[in-house]
Design a binder for this molecule. Structure first.
Ligand code: HDE
Length: 684
C-alpha cells in the first residue's frame, strides 16, 4: 500500500521538504544590503522607553509591509496559474506564419492563469460564474497571449457596454452585497434590459457555470481573430482549448457547500495534481473560415454573442498545452502576470469584432494602474524570452539601465539603432484589410438576433442539463427582490423557449410568459456536456474506513484503483494509523472533521470490525451526500451493509464487492462522472 500513499503524501510532506534550504551562510540584510543584527525588537530609548525615529530597519520593514497590496484586477480578480508548454502537432503554415505553430513537435513555454470573473480576490473558487483561461506563449517572436474564457460567447456585442455589465453583476454599490454571484437585482435588471446577453446567460445557467476543476474546462478565445500566412492571405479564426479529461461540473448544491468547506477547491485541485505529476492537458483547436465565406452564416461572425457550431465549422486540433509546474511565488507570478489580447505575433491579427476592438484598449490601460506604470513588461513573468530593443525609457519601476545618449528613432549618432524590421525579417505588419465608412455609433442589423442561438443551445442540452438550467434560473432569479424585474426576465427567456420560461416562472412565483419562444429546431451536440470524454483518470476517491478493516481485500482494491489512475484519501473517525484484521497499517489523511463528502469525486465505504455509532453516523452523512449528488459509490464488507441499510445498493453507480471485478466496475462507475439516472428520494 505504501506506493499509493506516497502519491497522496507528496502534496503534503515532500512539498514542505523541498523548501528546506541550507541558509547557514546567508545572513539577513536590509533592502540596502546592510546585515541586520536584530529583527524582532525595535530600537527604543531604554527597556521601557519610546521607539526611536532613527530605527531605519523598523521603518523599512514596516513600510514594505504597509505597501504589500496592489489593486486587484477589476474583473478576474481571483485566479490561479501554472507554468507549462505548448507543443504543435503539425505545421499550420498554410494558414499562419506564426512560428510557434510552424512545425510538428515545436515546443513553446507557457504560463496559464485561470480565474473567476465577478468575485473579489478572496472569494470562493466555485461560484456560478464565467471562468477566465488566459495563456501566455513565450514564443521566439515575442509573447502571444490567448486570453480566453470557458464559454464561447460573451454578454455583450460592443466593448462600450463592459463597464455597465460589470457594474451590474458586481456586488451592489450601496452595501457591497452579494459577493461573487449574479443572483441579485441589478444583474437581472441589466440582463432584461440588454437582451443581447441571452445566449451567454443560457451558458452561465448551465453546468458550465460551476466547473468541477480547471482541468475539466474548455477554453474559448471568443472573439474572431485572423490567421495570416506567408503569402499575406487571411482567414477568420476562433480558438478552442479541449481538455483531455473531458468537460465536467459539480452540482449546484455541492458547489455551495464546497464554497464553505474549501473555497480553494479548484486551485487546490490544480496544485495537487501538478505536484503528483498528473499534468493536465488541453488540445488547441481552431475553427477557420475563409474570407469569401464571411457572410455565409445565419449570424454575423464578428458578433461575440455567437459561437460557430462545430458541426458547421469543424474544430481542427493543432497542438497540446501541458501544465507541469506550479509557481514559486503567487504574488510575483500569478498576481503580476499581465495578459492582453493585443499581444500577438506575426501570423495572428484582429477582426473588426467591436468587442475585441475595445478589449485591445482596455488591458494595457488596466495594467497601468494595477502594476503602477508602463514598465510591467519588465516584471519577470511578463518578460518575453526574445530580446527587446526600442527607444522607450524611464517611468515607474524601470529595471533596464539603457546606455548612451540616443533614445530616439531616425538618428545618425547610433547608426539608426534600434531599427524596425522588414516583414521578411519578422517585423509585424498589420493585415491590409480595406476599411471605409462613415463615422457612426450604430450596430449592424446582422447583430440583431439575440435568441436563435440561445435556443440552439437549449435544443442541444440533455434532459438533465435542461433540468439544471431551469433550477439555476429558479435560484438566481428567485433571489431577485423586484417582482417586476423577475417578470421581465421570464418574458426575455420566453423568447428562447416557452417551456423553460414557464418552468422557472412557476418556481419563482411569477406569471407565465406572454411571449412565445424561438422556432429554431437546430442543435449542436458538441456543446452538450453529455457528449464529453469520460475517464476515471485522476479522479479523487474518499475511502471511509476504520480499525479492523478487511486488509487483504482492501489493500488489493486500493492497489487496483491506483493502477487505474485514481487518487484516494483515507478518511476515518480520527487521524493517525489504522490497523486491519491481519495487522496491516494505513495512515489516515483526514478525520470526518477535516474533510467533507462534497470534496470527492466518489466514495469507497469499507468500515471496520466493531460497532461505533459516531463513525456510523458520519459515514452515513458522507454517503447520503454523495448519493444525492449522483456520485459513484463503492463498498466492501461492512460498507456494503451500510449502503444496503439505506437501499442504495443496486442504484446506478453504486457497486460493491471485494475483488478485481469490483475494481473494474467501480472504475467504470467513477469514469461516468455522475449517475443522473439514479432516483433520489429526499430522506436518503
Ligand atoms: Fe477581459 N478584461 N474584457 N475578457 N479578461 C480583463 O484585464 C475586458 C472579455 C479575460 O488572468 C482585464 O488584466 C473588456 C472576453 C480574462 O489576468 C480588463 C471586455 C474575454 C481576463 C478586461 C472583456 C475576456 C480578463 C481586467 C469586453 C474572453 C483575466 C484585468 C469588451 C475572450 C486575465 C486585466 C488574467 C481581464 C477587459 C471581455 C477574458 C479590465 C473591456 C470576451 C481571461 O482589461
Amino acid at each position: 500500500m505504501s506506493d499509493e500513499k506516497k502519491v497522496n503524501e507528496k502534496t503534503k510532506q515532500e512539498q514542505l521538504e523541498q523548501y528546506k534550504v541550507d541558509d547557514s551562510n546567508k545572513k539577513m540584510t536590509t533592502n540596502q544590503g546592510l546585515k541586520v543584527s536584530e529583527d524582532e525588537l525595535s530600537l527604543t530609548a531604554g527597556e521601557r522607553g519610546p521607539t526611536l525615529m532613527e530605527d531605519f530597519h523598523f521603518r523599512e520593514k514596516m513600510t514594505h509591509f504597509d505597501n504589500e497590496r496592489i489593486p486587484e484586477r477589476v474583473v478576474h480578480a481571483r485566479g490561479f496559474a501554472a507554468h507549462g508548454y505548448f507543443e504543435a502537432y503539425e505545421s499550420m503554415e498554410q494558414y499562419t506564419k506564426a512560428k510557434f505553430l510552424s512545425e510538428p513537435g515545436k515546443k513553446t513555454p507557457t504560463f496559464t492563469r485561470f480565474s473567476t470573473v465577478v468575485g473579489q480576490r478572496g472569494s470562493t473558487d466555485i461560484p456560478r460564474d464565467v471562468r477566465g483561461f488566459a495563456t501566455k506563449f513565450y514564443t521566439e517572436e515575442g509573447n502571444y497571449d490567448l486570453v480566453a474564457n470557458n464559454m464561447p460567447i460573451f454578454f455583450i456585442q460592443d466593448a462600450m457596454k463592459f463597464p455597465d455589465i460589470v457594474h451590474a453583476i458586481k456586488p451592489e454599490p450601496h452595501n457591497e452585497i452579494p459577493q461573487a454571484t449574479a443572483a441579485h437585482d441589478t444583474f437581472w435588471d441589466w440582463a432584461a434590459n440588454n437582451q443581447e446577453s441571452a445566449n451567454q446567460i443560457m451558458w452561465l445557467m448551465s453546468d458550465r457555470g460551476i466547473p468541477k476543476s480547471f482541468r475539466t474546462m474548455e477554453g474559448f478565445g471568443i472573439n474572431t481573430f485572423r490567421f495570416v500566412n506567408g503569402e499575406g492571405k487571411s482567414h477568420f479564426v476562433k480558438f478552442h482549448w479541449k481538455p483531455k479529461l473531458g468537460v465536467h461540473s459539480v452540482v449546484w448544491d455541492e458547489a455551495q457547500k464546497i464554497s464553505g468547506k474549501n473555497p480553494d477547491f479548484n486551485r487546490q485541485d490544480l496544485y495537487d495534481q501538478i505536484e503528483m505529476g498528473n499534468f493536465p492537458e488541453w488540445e488547441l483547436g481552431v475553427q477557420v473560415i475563409e474570407e469569401k465565406d464571411e457572410f455565409a452564416f445565419d449570424f454575423d461572425i464578428l458578433d461575440a454573442t455567437k459561437f460557430w457550431p462545430e458541426e458547421d465549422v469543424p474544430v481542427k486540433i493543432v497542438g497540446k498545452l501541458t501544465l507541469n509546474r506550479n509557481v514559486d511565488n503567487f504574488f510575483s507570478e500569478t498576481e503580476q502576470v499581465a495578459f492582453h489580447p493585443g499581444h500577438v505575433v506575426p501570423g495572428i491579427d484582429f477582426s473588426n469584432d467591436p468587442l475585441l476592438q475595445g478589449r485591445l484598449f482596455s488591458y494595457t490601460d488596466t495594467q497601468l494602474i494595477r502594476l503602477m506604470g508602463p514598465n510591467f513588461h519588465e516584471i519577470p513573468i511578463n518578460r518575453s524570452v526574445c530580446p527587446f530593443h526600442n527607444n522607450q525609457r524611464e517611468g515607474y519601476h524601470r529595471q533596464t539601465i539603457n546606455k548612451g545618449p540616443v533614445a530616439y528613432h531616425n538618428n545618425s549618432l547610433s547608426n539608426n539603432h534600434p531599427k524596425p524590421a522588414t516583414e521578411a525579417e519578422g517585423g509585424y505588419v498589420h493585415y491590409e484589410e480595406k476599411v471605409e465608412g462613415r463615422k457612426i455609433r450604430r450596430r449592424s442589423a446582422s447583430f440583431e438576433d439575440h435568441f436563435s442561438q440561445a435556443k440552439l443551445f437549449w435544443n442541444s442540452m440533455s434532459p438533465v442539463e435542461r433540468k439544471h438550467i431551469i433550477d439555476a434560473f429558479s435560484f438566481e432569479v428567485g433571489k431577485v427582490k423586484s417582482m417586476n424585474v423577475r417578470q421581465q426576465v421570464v418574458e426575455m427567456f420566453a423568447n428562447v423557449d416557452t417551456e423553460l420560461a414557464t418552468a422557472f416562472a412557476t418556481n419563482i412565483g411569477s406569471q407565465p410568459p406572454s411571449t412565445t419562444g424561438s422556432s429554431v429546431t437546430k442543435s449542436s451536440p458538441a456543446v452538450s456536456m453529455a457528449n464529453t470524454v469520460k475517464t476515471a483518470l485522476t479522479r479523487k476517491v474518499g475511502v471511509i474506513i476504520k480499525d479492523g478493516f478487511n486488509d487483504t481485500a482492501v489493500t488489493d482494491i486500493l492497489h487496483g484503483l491506483h493502477a487505474n489512475g485514481i487518487v484516494y484519501e483515507i478518511i476515518s473517525g480520527r487521524q493517525g494509523m489504522l490497523k486491519g484484521t491481519s495487522g496491516k497499517e494505513l495512515m489516515v489523511d483526514h478525520s470526518f472533521i477535516t474533510t467533507d463528502s462534497v470534496l470527492y469525486d466518489a466514495l469507497y465505504i469499507v468500515g471496520g470490525s466493531d460497532e461505533d455509532d459516531e463513525f456510523q453516523q458520519n459515514a452515513t452523512y458522507f454517503v447520503k451526500e454523495a448519493f444525492k449528488h449522483y456520485k459513484p459509490i463503492g463498498a466492501t464488507g461492512a460498507g456494503a451493509k451500510l449502503l444496503d441499510e439505506y437501499s442504495m445498493l443496486g442504484s446506478p453507480g453504486v457497486v460493491s464487492g471485494n475483488d478485481q471485478k469490483f475494481v473494474n466496475e467501480f472504475t467504470e462507475a467513477i469514469a461516468a462522472h455522475r449517475h443522473w439516472d439514479r432516483v433520489i428520494v429526499t430522506d436518503k
